[in-house]
Each structure stands twice: as C-alpha cells, then as structure tokens.
Design a protein around this ligand. Structure first.
Ligand code: ADP
Ligand code: MG
Ligand code: MG
Length: 252
C-alpha cells in the first residue's frame, strides 16, 4: 500500500532523512519511534506535502502512485489521511461545517457527489456511535478551547468521517495527557480494518501500551535502524535509546 524507498530529505539545507525505507500493507498498524530529533516529524511532514522539505533521493509510492508529486488535497482524495494537515484551531468556524467541508472537498476531488446535510448528519451519527462519542464537539468552533483529549477525539472523528485507506498520525511531543493518548489509541483500535493501514509516529512509548502495532520501527539518524514486533516498544521503554545510538556510526 505504502512503499518508502531510500528516502533522503533535507530541511533548511540540513540532511535529515538519510535513506529511509518502509513498507506498509493494508490492515497493518506500524509505529515509528525514535530519539528526539531523529527525523520522525520530518517524515510525517514530507508525507503530508508540507513546504520546506526537500526530497533529494528516493521514492514514496501509495497504491502504485508517486505520492510526492500529489498536492495535499490529491493525497486526501487518494485516501491518505494526515492528521496534522488540518488546522489546529479555527476560531468562529463551527466544527460541523468544517467537517462537512472537508468531507465534501474529498468527495469532489474524487468526482463523487457532495453529501447534503441530511446525508452528512446520517454519516456523522454512524461515526459518533462507532467511536462512542457525544455530539457536543460538533457544535463548538473547530478545536477552540478543546482539551488535549477533545482535540484528539476530534481528530479521530475526522479520520472516521473521511474513511481513509492510510492514516498517518504524528503524535508530537506537545504534552499530551493520558486522556489524549487513550483517545488516539481507542480511535486507532476501533477504526482498524483489513483494508486500512495506520502509520503512527510517536514520541510516547506509553501510546503503545494502548495500541498494539503489528510492526514497531526505530528511526534514528534519519533511517530505520531496527524493526520488530510490539516487544520492541517494551524493550525501548525499559532500555531507552542508548543501545540504538551505539549502533549508529558517529558522523564524520
Ligand atoms: P523528531 O520528530 O524525530 O523529534 P524532527 O523531524 O522534528 O525530529 O527533526 C529532525 C531534525 O530536523 C532536527 O534536528 C530539527 O531541528 C530539524 N528540523 C526539523 N524541521 C526543521 C525546520 N523546519 N527548520 C530547520 N530545522 C528543522
Ligand atoms: Mg522532536
Ligand atoms: Mg517530532
């Protein structure tokens, strides 16, 4: 589904990704962990199509298409969900309106008919029920005054509504509380399905106490230096990253 091959990328003239390769099959959940500054968010930003990230070598293929040449909207239409491509806070914009716009933009880009408000509400109710969410988030402005947990529930709700084939989440180190981590994990666990894959980039070992990934990767010094099962996350929790760092040759 997603194939990243020998990805080299530069940010602000500095080499950050140095030959990263990764393959994700439908139905799988992969976690990417690694020491601070390793390039995890850089990878997420490149997949999201953010500006300022220069790919100098390698490829990213999603279902046979070159992901890197697609605009962010085209990526969404192709079925890629990038949590962080959505605005953090939009004061004054009603969340229901925002979610409907996002969904209809995706449908339009796919050449599908837009949903009218009745159809949209039906979809909303279904997804609220699946995720055991209350509808109070819908009536507020987008993320305005939301707690960390509410923001995460809203993000997962966006994900559920957009029904992506591939969901990429970057859980950055911005002080998520346990409530927020659980919201992410419950959402991922509930929305797992045989035709949907998740790439969960995380700074938090604890998140993987709640999500059971199929594969855990360690990103260090711009490459995947170790991959394994869920036990790898436990090992990292107990031993930290020192043993990983020892394997990386010091830079010249
Ligand atoms: P991680 O998410 O693994 O902690 P990042 O991908 O955020 O790491 O950062 C990797 C390296 O790239 C760091 O050294 C960081 O300072 C640098 N970096 C990331 N984004 C930028 C940017 N926009 N401008 C300059 N340097 C950046
Ligand atoms: Mg960081
Ligand atoms: Mg990061």
């Amino acid at each position: 589904m997603l194939k990243i091959e020998n990805l080299h990328a530069r940010v602000a003239g500095k080499d950050i990704l140095k030959g990263l390769s990764l393959e994700l099959q439908p139905g799988q959940v992969h976690a990417i962990m690694g020491p601070n500054g390793a390039g995890k968010s850089t990878l997420g930003n490149i997949l999201a199509g953010r500006e300022g990230y220069e790919v100098v070598e390698g490829s990213v293929t999603f279902e046979g298409r070159n992901l890197l040449e697609l605009e962010p909207e085209e990526r969404a239409a192709a079925g890629v969900f990038l949590a962080f491509q959505y605005p953090v806070e939009i004061p004054g914009v009603n969340n229901t309106y925002f979610l409907r716009s996002a969904l209809n933009a995706q449908r339009k880009a796919r050449g599908e008919e837009e949903l009218d408000s009745m159809q949209f509400l039906k979809r909303v109710r279904e997804k609220l029920a699946v995720l055991h969410l209350k509808d109070e988030l819908l009536h507020r402005a987008v993320n305005e005054g939301f707690s960390g947990g509410e923001k995460k529930r809203n993000e997962i709700f966006q994900l559920a509504l957009l029904e992506p084939k591939l969901a990429i989440l970057d859980e950055t180190d911005s002080g998520l509380d346990i409530d927020a981590l659980k919201a992410v994990a419950e959402g991922v666990n509930t929305l797992r399905s045989p035709d949907r894959a998740f790439l969960v980039i995380t700074h938090y070992q604890r998140l993987l106490d709640y999500i059971r990934p199929d594969v855990v990767h360690v990103l260090a010094d711009g490459r995947i230096v170790e991959s394994g099962g869920p036990e790898l996350a436990l090992q990292l929790e107990q031993q930290g990253y020192a043993w990983i760092k020892e394997r990386i040759a010091p830079e010249a």
